[in-house]
Design a protein around this ligand. Structure first.
Ligand SMILES: Cc1ncc(COP(=O)(O)O)c(C=O)c1O
Length: 454
């Protein structure tokens, strides 16, 4: 699919040694490593553009241009209709607390918020605390503890005219399950509720299209998709415009500025821009020949120098798919290069998921808590958690850590999941999370280490 040696060479951290052995990064759901271009972009910002917003001098102007470019880049990654729909902030959790407070201003006693037990606490506590403040009621969606999928029928049954907010994850950071967010959004909108999507764990693994999903708000974190520690919130423009933000008076009252409180992490945001460009470059280099059927917004730019295209050509139903690399080259719009890249990563995900599941299968007493059916790999990302009879999760993580293999243990803030599975008191689960720079040889090395522990 792509040249893994070339990809790995772009990430300096992947050359790290631990106790004389190459470090094996399988802690990616907790945070990914960054390519050199991200490090360079952050250093470059600090050397050439380090200033506050809106100044009448060179560094401030460069800084403003970098921030504007980063908004446009994130709009491309998420297929937002406008860069003004992209809000940067410290992290997903802080952005979610902030926007939930703004939404709460319209909430009345007796209104209902729907949450799921499969979510990270950053998509639970902001809403339960808001409900407490406003006298709203929280309704819970359960998940099947054998199948690890959301109770969709139960979710639909909870929706009614009192439902004001539905907060749902895109992919679970514990079980790896990918939820049918488009259907949930459609149902929620039928009763007039707003939909907030926690896409932190999905963005590194596949194409996200907020317009196709139809969601109202969607949050993610750049440090999970090869960027620095910066949070990103997408909000439908009309909604962001209508909401009253908690802001200081001199700050602009338009989206996205009204939600970007205080001075932002400008060098980090320059790094986010570079991370998106890194992904777009993957699409350019390895997406050649890939059918491109991305949902194209009307704001999408044509490649520079492209001949005028008759209306409807190549985009409508039944039109032949365009292929990236066929005359598009570097001129292909960034959205298309990103879509190609993320489609490739999604396809490689299935290979990684299958490889990890193969290594875990057959280890006595080990139980994967997530989709294991090889025919259903599209329902998960390669974030795979397990419990292991007779082995405390911390002890497993420590032993692997000694062998230079980085995995997480505990609840990773998916407290509702470990509680629901009855695993919280036993130290939670061990979590393995692969991304596109992981190799199949690394997965075999993990399996060998686990078998030695067994
Ligand atoms: C699914 C999910 N949501 C939310 C978060 C919180 O993100 P942040 O650290 O940016 O607040 C995480 C972090 O691990 C996560 O995995």
């Amino acid at each position: 699919m792509f040249d893994l040696n070339q990809i790995r060479a772009a990430f300096p951290a992947l050359g790290m040694q631990v106790h004389g052995r190459p470090a094996l990064f399988l802690d990616n759901p907790g945070g990914t490593q960054v390519p050199q271009v991200v490090i360079d972009a952050m250093a470059d910002y600090l050397i050439h553009a380090n200033a506050n917003r809106g100044g009448a001098f060179a560094t401030a102007q460069r800084s403003d241009a970098s921030l504007d470019d980063a908004h446009a880049a994130m709009a491309d990654l998420l297929n937002a209709a406008s860069p003004d729909e992209i809000v940067f902030g410290p992290n997903m959790t802080t952005l979610t607390f902030a926007v939930s407070r703004a939404l709460g201003r319209d909430l009345q006693q007796g209104d209902e918020i729907v949450l799921t037990r499969m979510d990270h606490d950053a998509n639970i506590s902001p809403w339960t605390l808001l409900a407490e403040d406003r006298g709203a009621t929280v309704r819970w969606v359960d998940f099947d503890v054998e199948d690890y999928t959301l109770d969709m029928a139960g979710l639909r049954g909870l929706l009614n005219e009192r439902t004001k907010i539905v907060a749902v994850g895109y992919a679970s950071n514990a079980t790896g399950t990918v939820h049918d967010v488009a259907t949930i959004t459609r149902w929620a909108h039928e009763v007039g509720a707003l939909v907030f999507v926690d896409a932190v764990q999905y963005v590194p693994h596949g194409p996200v299209d907020v317009q196709a999903l139809g969601c109202d708000l969607l949050a993610c974190s750049a440090y999970k998709f090869f960027g620095p520690h910066v949070g990103v919130l997408y909000g439908r423009y009309e909604l962001l415009d209508r909401l009253r933000a908690y802001k200081v008076r001199p700050a602009k009252n338009q989206p996205p500025h009204k939600f970007e409180t205080g001075t932002q992490n400008h060098e980090g945001i320059a790094g986010v821009l570079a991370a998106v460009e890194y992904l777009a470059d993957l699409g350019f280099r390895y997406g050649a020949g890939l059918p491109l059927t991305p949902p194209l917004s009307q704001r999408e730019r044509e490649p520079e120098g492209a001949p005028p295209r008759p209306l409807g050509e190549g985009r409508g139903e039944g039109a032949p798919p365009r292929l990236l690399g066929e005359g598009w080259g570097e001129g292909a719009p960034r959205r298309q290069r990103l879509h190609a890249a993320m489609s490739l990563l999604r396809a490689y995900d299935h290979v990684l998921s299958a490889a990890i599941l193969d290594q875990l299968a057959g280890i006595p007493g080990l139980r994967v808590h997530g989709v294991t059916d090889r025919g259903r790999l599209a329902e998960r990302v390669p974030t795979i958690s397990f419990s292991w009879q007779g082995h405390h999760p911390r002890a497993v993580a420590e032993a692997l850590g000694q062998a230079g293999i980085f995995v997480w243990d505990g609840n990773y803030y998916a407290l509702a999941v470990t509680e629901r599975l009855g695993l919280e008191e036993q130290g939670g689960m061990v979590r393995i999370g692969a991304v596109h720079y992981n190799t199949l040889d690394e997965i075999v090395r993990l399996g060998d280490a686990l078998r030695r522990l067994a």
